[in-house]
Write a protein that binds this ligand. Structure first.
Ligand code: PTJ
Length: 259
């Protein structure tokens, strides 16, 4: 299939470029059809947010960076979409915070696991967990194939970053006492509502900012990082994101009334 050439000055160039990246991932067997649909849902919420990182999202990014730096056994979970959209940032974030990278797919197949791992490796990843027989431990309370995790990774992790996720696994990981960080454009999704920290933002904006924040705070005293995490309330932060959308829509509608 042909790739469309996107004019750099096109007002929606970045959004169109992302679609082409995901389409390429689909053709390479990395992204599933459902991943394309999930992206469309994300795009709709991104429109409502004004396609920028909001103040509550920035706050959640700061808290997530601190939580990852404080973690003893952090893991970054990667699915098809994330491996296409932000592979470089996944690898860099793992380096900065000392996290393991684990492939965990909802629509699991051996070929896809290997394809996602190969893509991450092509961006410099070393060890990639969760592939093939390595995913031999079971998360209880989960029916989907996401329940198979790596005994050296997600099973024993204290903090897990699950960008662009479906809700069940977040709930299962939380019930095991783990800190779950997510990036989800939909503040109403089950994942967003269940996670310990939800960054309501597009992964393509949030991941580079998360890397930057982790780089900036690396070396900061444990007490000071602990203070950042301690004061955070995810429900309050989600309410701020929802209010941000509501206020924005009210302003837009008021400006149309004035016209
Ligand atoms: O690669 P697999 O097999 O693991 O499958 C991955 C998908 C995404 C298909 C799977 O996890 C899934 O079905 O996810 P959901 O339940 O559709 O949830 C995806 C969530 O991510 C939705 O709330 C979307 O709004 C949100 N989302 C989509 N694109 C982005 C996003 N959030 C942040 N950045 C995005 N680019």
């Amino acid at each position: 299939m042909k790739t469309v050439k996107i004019p750099p000055k096109h007002p929606r160039a970045e959004s169109l470029r992302m679609r082409e990246v995901l389409k390429q991932g689909f053709e390479e067997g990395i992204v599933v059809e459902q991943g394309l649909m999930a992206h469309g849902r994300g795009e709709a919420f991104d429109y409502l947010l004004g396609e920028k990182t909001t103040p509550p999202a920035s706050e959640a990014i700061t808290v997530s960076a601190a939580a990852l730096l404080l973690a003893e056994k952090p893991v970054i979970s990667v699915n098809g979409n994330v491996s296409m959209l932000t592979p470089r940032e996944v690898v860099r974030l793992a380096e900065v915070v000392g996290a393991k990278i684990e492939v965990n797919l909802f629509h699991r197949s051996s070929d896809r696991e290997i394809a996602v791992m190969s893509r991450l490796r092509s961006f410099g990843a070393g060890e990639v967990l969760g592939v093939g027989d390595k995913a031999s431990a079971e998360l209880h309370g989960l029916k989907s194939l996401r329940r198979w995790v790596d005994p050296d990774g997600m099973l024993v992790a204290d903090t897990v970053l699950v960008p662009l996720e479906d809700g069940d696994r977040t709930a299962a990981l939380r019930s095991m006492g783990k800190t779950v960080l997510t990036i989800d454009l939909n503040p109403l999704s089950r994942t967003a509502q269940t996670a310990s920290v939800t960054i309501v933002d597009n992964v393509i904006r949030a991941m580079p900012l998360l890397v930057k924040e982790a780089e900036r705070r690396r070396g900061e005293a444990t007490d000071s990082l602990g203070d950042v995490v301690k004061g955070f309330d995810n429900q309050v932060n989600l309410e701020k994101s929802i209010s941000y959308i509501a206020d924005r829509l009210m302003q837009i509608s008021a400006s149309k009334d004035d016209a």
